[in-house]
Design a protein. Structure first.
Length: 311
C-alpha cells in the first residue's frame, strides 16, 4: 500500500532522513517509534506530500507522491501533530469546508461528514465553535477531518500529545476502531502508545530504520536468552557458585545486597526447573523466582542508543 525506497531528506549538512526504505501492507496499525528528532515527522510529511525529498521515492497505491501528488493524496487522511483547525468555525462548518477542499463528491459530502462525526464521537458538539472545545475534542475534530471520504490510509503524527490520561485512553480506542477499516500509521515517541495499539513497529533513530517487525516478534527477538531473577533469604554468593554448575547456565550476576541474583541461561535453554532443584538440594531458601521479560522500552533503548540492526 505504501512503498518507500531510499528516501533521503537533508537540510544543509543535516541529514533528517537517511536512506529510509520500508513497506506498509493494508489492514494493519503501524507504529513509527523513535526519540524526538529521529526523523518521524519529516518522514510523515514526505509520505503525505507536504515536504519534498532530497532523493528517493514514496509510492501510495502505486502512485508516486512527488510525481502524481493528486492521485496519491486521494488515498490518504492526515492528522498533523498540531491539527489544522479553524477555531472560528463550528465543527460542522469546518468539516464541510474540509470536504470541499478534498474535492469529495458533492452528492456524498453530507454522508461523509455525518459518518466522520459519528466515527470520531463529535456529533454532539457539531454546532459548537471549535475554539470553545476541549483539547481532547479538538483532537477528535482533527481525526474527523482525516477520515473524511473513507481514505484507505490514515496517518497520525503524535496524536495524543498534550492530552490528559482519560483523553489519551479515548484516542487510543478511536485509533483501534479506525484500524478495523483503514490502514493506520501512527508516529509517537511514547512507548506505551505504540505497544498498546500497533500491530507492527518501525523503530527510527537518527533518520535510519533500525528495526521493523511485529510488536511481539520484536520483543521476542530482542529478549534473546532466558534471564531468571531470584530473591533469596540469604547467601546469594553461595547460590551463585552452585548455579554455575548447571550445564545450561551461562553466567550468574549477584546484586549488591547479596540476596538477589540474575541467572543467564544459554541460548534456547529453560533452566528454571534445574535452578529450583539445585536450590532445594543445597537448602537455600528461594523467596521469589521469575523470568525477566523485556519491555518495548528496553528494546527501544537498546536499538536507538547502540545504533541497532534491522530486525
Amino acid at each position: 500500500m505504501i512503498e518507500i525506497n531510499h528516501l533521503v531528506k537533508k537540510y544543509g549538512n543535516h541529514v533528517a532522513v537517511d536512506d529510509l526504505s520500508l513497506e506498509v501492507e493494508p489492514g494493519k496499525i503501524y507504529g513509527f517509534l523513535g526519540p524526538n528528532g529521529a526523523g518521524k515527522s519529516t518522514t510523515m510529511n514526505m509520505i503525505t506530500g507536504y515536504l519534498g525529498a532530497t532523493s528517493g521515492e514514496v509510492k501510495i497505491n502505486g502512485h508516486d507522491i512527488f510525481k502524481e501528488p493528486e492521485e496519491a493524496k486521494k488515498c490518504i487522511g492526515y492528522l498533523p501533530e498540531i491539527p489544522p483547525l479553524y477555531v472560528d468555525m463550528t465543527v460542522l462548518e469546518y468539516l464541510n469546508f474540509a470536504a470541499e477542499l478534498k474535492k469529495l463528491d458533492k452528492k456524498k459530502r453530507k454522508e461523509y461528514v455525518t459518518s466522520a462525526m459519528e466515527t470520531t464521537g463529535v456529533t454532539e458538539v457539531k454546532d459548537r465553535l471549535i475554539r470553545n472545545l476541549s483539547k481532547g475534542y479538538r483532537q477528535r475534530v482533527g481525526f474527523a477531518q482525516a477520515v473524511l471520504g473513507y481514505p484507505e490510509i490514515i496517518i497520525l503524527d503524535e496524536p495524543t500529545v498534550g492530552l490528559d490520561p482519560k483523553q489519551i485512553i479515548e484516542i487510543r480506542e478511536l485509533i483501534k476502531k479506525l484500524g478495523e477499516n483503514h490502514t493506520v500509521i501512527l508516529s509517537s515517541h511514547i512507548l506505551t502508545e505504540i505497544s498498546a495499539v500497533c500491530d507492527h513497529v518501525f523503530i527510527i533513530s537518527k533518520g535510519k530504520l533500525v528495526a521493523s517487525d511485529a510488536t511481539e516478534n520484536l520483543l521476542s527477538l530482542m529478549s534473546g536468552a532466558q534471564e531468571v531473577m531470584l530473591l533469596l533469604k540469604q547467601g546469594a554468593e553461595e547460590a551463585a557458585e552452585q548455579l554455575l554448575e548447571i550445564e545450561n547456565v551461562e553466567r550468574v550476576q549477584v546484586t549488591e545486597e547479596n540476596t538477589r541474583l540474575i541467572v543467564y541461561a544459554k541460548q534456547g535453554a529453560d533452566v528454571r526447573e534445574e535452578i529450583f532443584s539445585t536450590m532445594a538440594e543445597h537448602k537455600i531458601p528461594v523467596l521469589e523466582m521469575h523470568t525477566v521479560t523485556k519491555s518495548l522500552e528496553d528494546v527501544f533503548l537498546e536499538l536507538t542508543q547502540e545504533g541497532g540492526a534491522k530486525a
